[in-house]
Design a protein around this ligand. Structure first.
Ligand SMILES: Nc1ncnc2c1ncn2[C@@H]1O[C@H](COP(=O)(O)OP(=O)(O)O)[C@@H](O)[C@H]1O
Ligand SMILES: [Mg+2]
Length: 590
């Protein structure tokens, strides 16, 4: 059964009119598009004399049935659309049903094909508008179209063709573009018996870029992946601060169809303002997937232009996709959950933890047993989860530990530290908060602190709202060691508080525990209470730290379960990878 039908005149008349065959590359384009529409996974293009003498395109696609062969050279004969409504949602590369007709009108065409059902295949030979032969002839599944002597019957047109080399280079450019659009298809180009392109099928655009342009180009690209209500942008574009002097690596594909569009180019340029040197242009291998009814491809006979229903949306989307990817890529990136963290020198911790924390935040002002408790609080006894013996044994045998070394403090708030592999900027408050949070959690599990009972308890005032919260979480607070006694009115006496805090700290911590509950950030209210305690007890931004204190924070931080985030979910560390530093400064990584 054939699939090709002649379009009704009212549909045919709606199709953007114009000549499709201008030069060899237009023939190659139409034939390759047909192969892709036929589901080919291998396409071979051969040219003789830049295609002026011969263009041969062979594919392993669906092939044509006998009925289809009889129809395919007729004008407006297509299997791809049938009604006017179909023009609103074109999913194939072709749809005009004119290519084979136009090509065969100006050349000598041979088509060989088989749809793979049985042994049979067909061969058609035409010259200009004339059918010379239509015979049965064995052929493997797929189609081959040979186009000889382009414009043999239109000498005026023939004269306008350029040199073989320049016609060839247009074909190379076109096939490069198609190869990018369809990485899963094998493309081969042979010109005057010389193989010019050979791209076996691969599974990603990145691999295609590697095949076509090499490693250096690929290394300077970042992945794009952004989606918003049925519009998706994917592909690759220049990493910040790379780019090229020319605009040759700018490719746009709308639903896999290569398009040239000023708006798209402008969007890409704008997306890179400020992250490229002035004289550089961004590279882009950009795939836009949008609902078929959001784009009109029926505006240009060669289908190279499209019209977007909502061009501004596309523009914004490109800006956003690049912006997101560039942020990810940017020199400074917070370490997030689950990322690799540098090993620490455990030995360096010993003897330092008491010094810093007992002095700075915890037991300052406290007396008697509390200093012992404070020490317990800070010593890394009962190693955090990431230092379980089994785990450490594995990793230690695999790679050398990369100790982290503190260089100094910036703005009295950030610790600058380095390892072999990266430079770290650590927020001292957030880091301490994370460390204390995990310690509190461990201690709390072991009930390792006691409540201090006050003979002359401080008195605090609670607003009605705070009183409500207090009543709600009273049990938890008491089990942690906070106990209040009503004194009438707004006044409450703080009768007991955890002895890891000073008196003044304890009231402040309690008050902040009574602030509005934050929704959803913590696994439990207990976690929230511990996080608040950690936050209040942690060293503040703006405080000058000694080298020992910074050493302590840096090494303890990376020993926590999650050094990337403070208990409230804010980032703790910015990591500047060595490879990124070297690449940015134009050094080849070793
Ligand atoms: N390589 C091919 N493999 C299978 N079918 C093909 C191939 N080339 C052309 N055809 C069939 O011939 C029809 C006419 O092709 P063409 O003139 O390019 O029009 P269009 O691609 O716009 O439909 C196509 O609709 C398709 O059914
Ligand atoms: Mg076609």
């Amino acid at each position: 059964m054939g699939r090709i039908k002649l379009l009704l005149p009212e549909v045919a008349s709606k199709i953007a009119a114009g000549e499709v065959v201008e030069r060899p590359v237009s023939v190659v384009k139409e034939l390759v598009e047909n192969s892709l529409d036929a589901g080919a996974t291998e396409i071979k293009v051969e040219l003789v004399d830049g295609g002026k003498k011969l263009i041969r395109v062979q594919d392993n696609g669906s092939g044509l049935t006998q009925e289809d062969v009889a129809l395919c050279f007729k004008r407006h004969a297509t299997s791809k659309i049938s009604t006017e409504a179909d023009l609103e949602r074109i999913a194939t590369l072709g749809f005009r049903g004119e290519a084979l007709a136009s090509i065969s009108a100006v050349s000598r065409v041979t088509l060989k094909t088989s749809d793979g059902s049985g042994e049979r295949g067909y061969q058609v030979e035409r010259e200009g508008e004339k059918l010379l032969r239509f015979i049965e002839s064995a052929f493997p599944r797929g189609t081959m179209v040979e186009v000889r002597d382009l414009f043999f019957n239109l000498p005026a047109r023939r004269k306008f063709l350029r040199s073989d080399r320049s016609e060839l280079s247009l074909v190379v450019q076109f096939l490069t573009t198609m190869a990018l659009a369809f990485p899963g298809v094998k493309f081969v180009l042979v010109s005057n018996n010389k193989e010019t392109i050979n791209c076996p099928a691969v599974s990603s655009v990145g691999e295609r870029v590697y095949q076509l342009f090499g490693k250096k180009v690929l290394d300077n690209l970042m992945s794009l992946d952004y989606e918003e209500e049925n519009y998706r942008i994917s592909g690759l574009s220049s990493r910040p601060f790379s780019g090229r002097l020319d605009r040759q690596h700018q490719f746009f594909f709308v639903n896999r169809r290569p398009v040239k569009d000023r708006m798209l180019t402008a969007a890409l340029t704008q997306a890179y303002l400020g992250i490229l040197e002035k004289q550089k242009n961004p590279e882009g291998f950009i795939f836009l997937d949008i609902p078929f009814d959001q784009v009109d491809v029926n505006v240009h006979p060669a289908k190279a232009e499209v019209r977007f229903r909502d061009p501004q949306r596309v523009f914004r989307l490109i800006l956003r996709a690049v912006d997101m990817a560039a942020r990810e890529e940017s020199l400074v990136k917070p370490i997030l959950v689950g990322e690799e963290k540098p090993e620490t020198e455990e030995t360096r911790l010993e003897g330092k933890e008491t010094g810093f924390l007992s002095q700075q935040t915890i037991s300052q002002g406290a007396s008697g047993p509390s200093s012992g408790e404070a020490k317990a609080l800070l010593a890394p006894e009962g190693k955090p989860a990431s230092f379980r013996p089994g785990v450490i044994a594995e990793t230690a045998s695999e790679r050398e530990p990369a100790p982290i070394r503190v260089l100094g403090q910036y703005l009295n708030s950030y610790i600058i530290a380095v390892s072999e592999e990266a430079v770290f900027i650590i927020d001292q408050h957030n880091a301490h908060e994370r460390i204390l949070f995990e310690k509190f959690r461990q201690l709390e599990e072991k009930r390792a602190w006691t409540a201090r009972q006050m003979l002359f308890p401080p008195v605090i005032d609670l607003t009605p709202k705070q009183q409500l919260v207090y009543r709600e979480i009273q049990t938890e607070l008491e089990s942690l060691g906070f106990r209040l006694e009503p004194m009438g009115g707004l006044s409450f006496a703080l009768k007991e508080y955890p002895d890891i805090f000073q008196e003044a700290e304890a009231s402040a911590i309690l008050l902040s525990l009574l602030e509005e509950e934050e929704e959803g950030k913590f696994q439990s209210r207990r976690e929230k209470i511990l996080a608040t305690m950690a936050c209040k007890a942690a060293v503040k931004a703006g405080k000058v730290l000694t080298v020992e204190e910074m050493d302590f924070l840096a090494s303890e931080l990376f020993a926590t379960e999650n050094p990337g985030l403070c208990p409230h979910g804010r980032p703790v560390v910015i990591r500047l990878d060595r490879s990124r530093i070297e690449r940015t400064l134009g050094r080849q990584p070793e």
